[in-house]
Design a protein around this ligand. Structure first.
Ligand code: ADP
Length: 164
């Protein structure tokens, strides 16, 4: 049977750190579904449609990677797409507590779904969507940290809009 894993997240916007996790997972699992989570508690910079579009463009070179979106419980969503596991990335010790809590809760909700963690590549250990947005807002050099078209979209959102 083919092994399907779901990589949920905000991806606001997708960074090269996320993409490194996607590429490595795509080499291990038969199918990776990257799914944008609609979080009612967060005010995103990019709309759901923009984030899905960005992820599709950034992952279209991988045959076994699909992009989707969802709201509600992750475990329910994973079941609805026939997934076996949830994929998350770990950057630093600071990620551990929240991820441990979430993985334990998800296990409680559905003990057939495992959470699998991939360690960040150390060169992306400091990278998050939040620091990208902060740097882009002040026109910092983030070119090597996100795909080119994401860089352009960030500029359109922040830099070009602030002119004049
Ligand atoms: P969420 O709001 O669900 O945390 P994010 O888009 O911030 O959504 O992150 C999605 C997942 O990707 C999380 O598991 C996060 O730890 C992981 N991640 C984010 N940035 C990196 C990175 N630079 N390297 C590895 N994993 C990362």
């Amino acid at each position: 049977m083919s092994k399907k894993i779901v990589y949920p997240g905000s991806f606001d916007p997708v960074t090269n750190g996320h993409l490194d996790i996607v590429e490595r997972a795509a080499n291990i699992f038969d199918e990776v579904i990257v799914s944008v989570f609609c979080n009612p508690n967060k005010e995103p910079v990019f709309t759901m449609e923009e984030r899905v579009k960005m992820l599709k463009k950034a992952t279209n070179k991988y045959e076994n990677v699909k992009v989707d979106s969802f709201s509600g419980l992750t475990t329910k969503y994973v079941n609805s797409v026939g997934g076996e596991a949830i994929l998350r990335g770990l950057r630093a010790v600071s990620d551990f507590e929240g991820e441990f809590q979430m993985a334990s809760m998800n296990k409680h909700l559905d003990d057939e779904i495992e959470t699998i963690f991939l360690m960040t590549d150390t060169k992306y250990a400091f990278l998050s969507s939040s620091v990208i947005k902060e740097a882009a807002y002040f026109d910092g050099n983030i070119k090597e940290l996100v795909p080119d078209f994401v860089y352009q979209m960030l500029r359109n959102k922040f830099v070009e809009n602030n002119k004049g």
